[in-house]
Write a protein that binds this ligand. Structure first.
Ligand code: TXA
Ligand code: MG
Length: 311
């Protein structure tokens, strides 16, 4: 199906991807149309072996090679200078390319058999929550996707950490479950984070509002949760909650979040999807701790909470 230019959704350890042959312009057009994604936003090309890197990247700096060898297959995407023949249709018109070897047996099997790059953004409509089960994908794409390979629920649950090693200043473009400290230690390089200037590559995850449920999301400090609930109750606002504590009020749809970041991340999108189905006016989410291990999660929550016109 990939060879025919059709769309194949497959599981990865982070989220489900919507795959298309990366060197087939028609397949890419189909991919962008299905996602509703503006063409200037680049997609990640998925590979199965480090040996394929020279086919897609013009140069692989030593720091990038160290990260690839230590962390692939895994939830890490490297941004490198693209090889000359690579179409700018997958790079959003830029001269860099995003590359990743995912750590999931079904994905690796597919990539080995296809034996060429598979362009795969997360299998959700532009700006919405990423899918972490095959059912999530099937709900969102009824006709556009040829087949959804079911590999069970994703282990990591939020998208890969993106590290840009294409320019003079190495940058972490999107935090994830591979932490800055780990990246620094392995690559022996220091990183800028959140530094934006004219050379910052464009990332949809970098748009203020992204990864959002339809119901508005509001983040609230732990100490303020009860007060906020009382206040909303007095105005008759239908609210649901994602909190570290057990439900304090009956009648409020309430998801209890895990206290460790790995489990929290694994269940984050499922929790938000479930709450989104409750027909409430607001999803209240208790703030997560401010530390490196929570940074990827805090980033997704912040973007889910940012108002957008797309609701
Ligand atoms: O975990 C993941 O990364 C998942 C799974 C399916 O692999 N994929 C994913 O793809 O999250 P997507 O398209 O939803 O997000 C990919 C991110 C986007 O923010 C995109 O802008 C960025 O990677 N990206 C891709 N190529 C890039 C490039 N050349 N320069 C800068 N950012 C790039
Ligand atoms: Mg995405």
């Amino acid at each position: 199906m990939l060879a025919k230019g059709l769309l194949v959704s497959f599981p990865t350890e982070t989220v489900y991807g919507l795959g298309a042959a990366a060197d087939n312009p028609e397949a890419l057009q189909r991919l962008y149309a299905a996602k509703g994604r503006p063409t200037q936003h680049p997609v990640i090309v998925h590979l199965h072996s480090i040996d394929q890197l020279p086919l897609w990247a013009a140069e692989v700096p030593p720091a990038a090679m160290r990260l690839a060898e230590a962390l692939w297959p895994g939830p890490l995407t490297l941004i490198l200078k693209k090889a000359a023949h690579v179409s700018t249709a997958i790079t959003g018109g830029q001269d860099t390319i995003g590359l990743r070897i995912p750590n999931h047996p079904v994905a690796l099997d597919l990539l080995k058999k296809f034996n060429s790059g598979v362009a795969a953004p997360s299998a959700n409509k532009f700006g919405r929550l990423s899918p972490t089960t095959a059912e999530d994908v099937a709900h969102e794409f009824a006709d556009e996707v040829e087949i959804v390979l079911d590999g069970g629920p994703c282990e990591v649950g939020i998208e890969s950490t993106i590290v840009d090693l294409s320019g003079a200043t190495p940058r972490i473009l999107r935090p994830g479950m591979i932490l800055p400290e780990q990246i620094r230690a392995i690559s022996g390089t220091t990183y800028g984070y959140g530094i934006e200037d004219a050379t910052t590559p464009r990332v949809p995850g970098g748009l203020a509002s992204h990864y959002a449920p339809r119901t508005p999301v509001e983040l609230v400090e732990s100490m303020q949760l009860m007060e906020k609930l009382t206040q909303l109750k007095s105005t008759g606002t239908a609210v649901c909650v994602l909190s570290f504590s057990a439900a304090v009020e009956s009648g409020i749809p309430w998801a209890v979040a895990a206290k460790d970041p790995a489990t929290y991340a694994r269940t984050l999108y499922k929790n938000l999807r479930n709450l989104d189905r409750q027909n409430c006016a607001l999803i209240l989410v208790e703030q997560v701790p401010e530390s490196d291990e929570w940074e990827g999660i805090a980033d997704r929550l912040k973007r889910a909470a940012c108002p957008s016109d797309g609701r």
